[in-house]
Design a protein around this ligand. Sequence first.
Ligand code: ADP
Ligand code: MG
Length: 385
Amino acid sequence: MNIHEYQAKEILCGYGIPVPRGRVALTSDQVERAAKEMGGRCVVKAQIYAGGRGKAGGVKVVQTPEQAQELAKELFARKLVTPQTSPEGLRVRRILIEEAVEISREFYLSITLDRESSCYCLIASAEGGMDIEEVARSAPHRIHMLSIDPFTGLRPYQARRIALAMGLGGTLCEDCVELLLNLYRCALEKDCFLVEINPLVVTRAGWLMAMDAKITFDDNAIFRHREYPDMLDYSQLDPLEITAGKYDLSYIKLEGDVGCMVNGAGLAMATLDVLNEFGARPANFLDVGGGATREKVAEAFRIILQDADVRGVFVNIFGGIMQCDVIAAGIIEAAAGVGCPLPIVVRMDGSRVEEGKAMLLESGLNIQVGENLGDAAARIVAMLK
Ligand code: ADP
Ligand code: MG
C-alpha cells in the first residue's frame, strides 16, 4: 500500500527525521494561503502515487503566492504523467506547499525488504536526487548496500560505515548515524516494505534533511495498523483495483484487449507470455487465488467485463484446490447475469474437468473450450479477428 509524500514526511518527522516546513492543500485558494504562510517563495509539489514528478513538472519553485495559485490550478486540471505512471497519468487532488530549502548536496537513501535474504536492506548513495536505477547501471560501485540482521538490528558502527561511505564527516556523520537508526526503527515499527528518502540533502546551513519521502506499507501487515486504510487516496487507484481489493482478488491493468482470469500468479505470468506469443494482447489479469468460491469467480468475471478495453475474455484455470465445475458455474453466473456478448475462451484442467467443460458448452454463451493452453490462445486470437 502506497501513501503520499506529505504523509510519509509526517511519519518520518515522528521519528525525529528533519523535513522541510510544509502544508498540504486541496484547492488552489488553499495553495495560495499556504504559500503566503511560507513567505511567498516556496516549492509546489503535486502529490501522486508515483515518483519522477520533478522532471514531469510536478515539483516547481515559485516566487509568489499568486504564482503558486496559478500553478496549482494547472496541476489540479490535468493528469500528471511521469516515467513511473501509466501513459494516462494520475490525477492531482492534493498539493504540498513547502519552504524552499537551499540545498548543497543530495544523497539517495532507502530501506527495503529484500525477499531473497528475508532481511531489510539499507541502500545509500552519494549520487542522490536523480534516477537511482541509472546510477546502479552505470556506476554500481557508488551504491552502498547493507543487509540488516533482524536479530541484532542496525548497529551504530554499521550506520557509521554507511555515513562515511556517503562522504559525510564530523557532526554530519553522527547526525546521519542517528537518522539511519531512526529510519530503521520506522521501517520496522510501521511495517514498511519500502522507506525511501531521495534526495536526503545537506542544506546550505549544514543540516541533514529529507527533501522527498516515499513509504510503501507491507500489505501483509496492514491488519496491525488500524489507521492505514484511512490514509489511502482513492483518486490514485484504478476503480476496478479497489473493487478487486474488496473481494481479495488481485487485479492488474494492462494495455491490450483480452481480459484474463487466472488462478495463481505463476500461471498468470505464463498465460500472459503464451497470449503474447500467439499475438493476443492482455488488457488485464485477475488472479482469483487458490481456493476461490463460485461467488468469487463470478465477481472476478464481472470486474473483467467492466474494463472498457476488454473485447474478449480468456480464462486459464487449474483446478487443484478449486474444482472445474465450480469455476464453470461462476463464469456462467456472471456472464449470463450481465448478458455478456463478448467471446470467451476457457482452458481448464484438474478436478472435475469434464463436468466443468460440459457445463460451459451447454450454457448457450459465446464460449469455446481449448484442448490445451496453446489451442485456447489460438482460439481467442481467431475469435477476435
Ligand atoms: P520526485 O522524486 O518525484 O521528482 P522530489 O520531491 O524528489 O520529487 O523533488 C524533485 C527535486 O526537487 C528534488 O530532487 C530536490 O532537488 C527539489 N526539491 C524538492 N523539494 C524541495 C524543497 N522543499 N526545497 C528545495 N528543493 C526541493
Ligand atoms: Mg524524489
